[in-house]
Design a protein around this ligand. Structure first.
Ligand code: ADP
Length: 384
């Protein structure tokens, strides 16, 4: 099919920053796009050809939207899967495939899938209701501490909580969840795997993630990860294996723990461009958004090597600030070497809301890390 400068239309469900960055690439290739988002205030708005407001969880809305495009993709997993399945049954190209999304959308299903397919992952238990956790503790079936995770609709650490004692259970949402053993990890790593519709596969280098201790959000993503060649190879192998088993088309971001014994455990996966690959816009031969397009449109995949070391710093709303956003000291960070800010275009900031990110590129990863720290200490996302 002819995609470039043609009547072909790519549909994207979700209008957030991941979609916006994907649209930079469709603009580069002059590929027509149509985006649907639940609200009017969407980062994607400025870069798509057509913008539609509609609920991503509503069967009819998603089905009708899907019928108007040639290929359908997502930038968020929480979409109506029955509608996608119907579209697929009718011959529409939907990437990632609904089957892959069904496994991933629910964390309990995702974990069971790992067990069934010999993918190493932390031990867990599944609960239909949060109250059942209390029974399990009383009966000696579960010990503190553990990590509680909502089975669905958690994002950016919102659906995750460490439970150390009985009182930490109060206030948790009542629905389906899993409890996971606490992993005393050395590092959190991620590998993005690209798989095209005809089965070509390429992996990006292993990245290392440093988390904010309270907010449970990534603070720095560092590429390449500062780990041994052996561990990097193991992480790549595990990621490739998950990718093969899930049979996604497009990108699959595989988040992993490196244990104290240098074992690799899969934490979770996302079937789309991912925060851990943002560095690739400035750092790689082919950035993750272009690669996602190549994969779903079945164009040969691009080179995933890095040109330089890259570090990504998330720009999240400062605590105590809610309201119209101001990026304080942005000019100061732009005076630093190899620093590029990405501003997503959300008008209102809230504590810990992802408002943008900054990439730092440098020949030397150590130097990049030093500059990244300065960036982090200098720029502030505050309200007017
Ligand atoms: P989300 O879907 O919100 O990204 P994750 O499952 O990735 O949630 O968890 C967010 C973070 O919480 C992880 O990156 C990690 O830092 C921590 N975490 C998650 N699971 C565990 C675990 N089993 N043991 C220790 N820390 C964990």
């Amino acid at each position: 099919m002819e995609y470039f400068s043609s009547g072909f239309t790519l549909g994207i469900l979700g209008g957030g920053q991941l979609g916006k960055m994907m649209l930079y690439e469709t603009r580069k290739f002059d590929i027509r796009t149509k985006v649907m988002n639940a609200s009017e205030d969407a980062p994607c708005r400025i870069a798509c050809n057509e913008f539609v407001i509609g609920s991503l969880m509503d069967y009819n809305t998603v089905y009708e939207f899907g019928k108007t495009v040639d290929v359908l993709t997502i930038e968020i997993e929480n979409v109506n899967l029955d509608a996608l399945e119907k579209l697929e049954d009718e011959g529409k190209k939907v990437f990632p495939p609904t089957k892959a999304l069904r496994i991933i959308q629910n964390k309990a299903k995702q974990k069971l899938f790992y067990v069934d397919h010999n993918v190493p992952t932390a031990d867990f238990q599944r609960f239909a209701y949060v109250n059942e956790i209390k029974d399990s503790i009383q009966n000696g079936g579960l010990d503190f501490p553990f990590v509680w995770k909502a089975a669905q609709f958690g994002y950016d650490g919102q659906g995750v909580q460490v439970v150390r004692e009985q009182k930490d259970l109060e206030g948790l949402p009542p629905g389906e969840c899993i409890t996971e053993e606490m992993v005393n990890f050395k590092n959190e790593l991620a590998v993005i795997v690209a798989r095209s519709a005809s089965g070509e596969v390429k992996t990006y280098p292993v990245v290392e993630m440093e988390f904010h201790p309270e907010a449970n959000q990534v603070e720095y993503v560092i590429c390449p990860a500062r780990i041994s060649e052996e561990v990097a190879q193991k992480a790549q192998e595990v990621a490739l294996n998950v990718s093969e088993e899930i049979k996604h088309v497009g990108l699959l971001a595989v988040e992993m723990f490196q244990t104290q014994e240098d074992e690799i455990l899969v934490n979770e996966v996302a079937p789309r461009p991912h925060n851990s690959g943002h560095y690739s816009i400035e750092g790689s031969y082919t950035n993750q958004f272009e690669q996602h397009l190549r994969a779903i449109l079945d164009i040969p995949l691009g080179n995933t090597d890095s040109k330089v070391a890259g570090i990504m710093v998330n720009l999240v709303g400062a605590e105590g600030h809610t309201g119209e956003v101001v990026y304080e000291n942005i000019d100061a960070i732009m005076a630093m070497s190899g620093v590029t800010p990405h501003i997503y275009g959300k008008k209102v900031t809230r504590p810990f809301r992802k408002m943008g990110h900054v990439t730092i590129v440098n020949e030397d990863v150590k130097e990049a890390r030093t500059i990244a720290q300065k960036v982090k200490e200098t720029i502030k996302v505050v309200s007017k």
